[in-house]
Design a protein around this ligand. Structure first.
Ligand SMILES: [Zn+2]
Length: 312
């Protein structure tokens, strides 16, 4: 149940303008660069966008925190490359958590989902996703085959698994710190710049400094405070903050495409048992209903004639 305080906070947040959000330093991504060292970094903090993303997701605090970490991660990773479309981070396996999906588009719109089959409150990745756990990173630019990289889900946490991914798939040294609680999801990323000459000692120094960040600091401080706390003796170029928002890409048209792929027979079978085909978006909870007339119109669009005469 919402306490009056929570309701007040929610309505206040909804009315915020972008300037106010920047001042509150949430739903923001900031990139920074150690130009002389060949190392780049990113900081992200999700507030309202995190609340919206987790609203329709199941699972207890721990499972939801994992989703928050994945969203912070995919937001930062999507900003390391230039592309048009969506980057999708997916963890799947045969353990208590079946699927974890976090998605970020090139224009910083995020959404995610998590599906668990039994409650878990702690554990390394193998305890959560099982032996068959896989981490899949997809870049879907909407033009032909999406780029996809897959690695086993190994390590203590999602940050470890992603660090392994970048070392194995991209040969890039990468470090990530990911945290989430019920209010915020936050992340810090360091990555060596591809094809830029740099020194191992510089990377190690920056990495060591960054390793002293705590969960509390990353969830509470803003970008400038974090950078000052960690790297106040280093030369850093900080880029403009980029706003992040929750936005689901679902639409009636996309659902229709999925339904059409199921075929007339299956759709008609469902409509024998219920008056409407109900589809609920797993990301945002939006409901889509299709009755007999809708289905007929949808299939007529494909040039498929009614099959009632040929049915057994
Ligand atoms: Zn949706």
């Amino acid at each position: 149940m919402l306490s009056p305080k929570t309701i007040r906070n929610l309505s206040y947040n909804k009315g915020q303008t972008f300037t106010e959000r920047v001042m509150n330093k949430q739903d923001i991504l900031q990139r920074f660069l150690f130009a002389e060292l060949g190392v780049r970094g990113e900081w992200v903090k999700l507030g309202d966008s995190w609340q919206a993303a987790r609203q329709h997701q199941q699972g207890g605090g721990f499972i939801q925190q994992l989703l928050g970490q994945a969203l912070a991660a995919v937001t930062m990773l999507s900003a390391t490359i230039k592309f048009n479309g969506a980057m999708i981070l997916q963890a799947q396996g045969d353990g208590p958590i079946r699927t974890l999906v976090a998605q970020a588009t090139h224009d910083r719109k995020i959404r995610g989902l998590v599906r668990s089959q039994s409650p878990v409150e702690t554990g390394a990745l193998i305890d959560l996703f099982g032996e068959a756990g896989r981490l899949v990173l997809t870049i879907d630019a909407g033009n032909g085959e999406p780029y996809q990289g897959i690695v086993p889900l190994e390590g203590e946490n999602l940050a470890n698994a992603l660090e392994t991914y970048f070392l194995q798939s991209e040969q890039l040294k990468t470090r990530l710190w990911l945290f989430a609680d019920q209010n915020h999801a936050a992340g810090l990323l360091l990555q060596e710049l591809p094809a830029q000459k740099h020194f191992q000692a510089d990377w190690e120094r920056i990495e060591l400094l960054a390793s002293t960040i705590t969960r509390k600091e990353l969830l509470e401080l803003d970008c400038e405070q974090v950078l000052h706390r960690l790297f106040h003796e280093e030369k850093i170029r900080l880029f403009d903050p980029e706003p992040i928002a929750f936005q689901c890409a679902c639409s009636r048209m996309r659902i229709e495409r999925t339904l059409r792929a199921m075929g007339r027979k299956e759709l008609e079978d469902i409509l024998l048992e219920q008056t409407q085909i109900e589809v609920v978006c797993e990301f945002c909870g939006a409901h889509y209903g299709f009755d007999k007339v809708d289905v007929e119109a949808m299939l007529a669009h494909d040039g498929l004639s009614p099959s009632s005469t040929t049915r057994h």
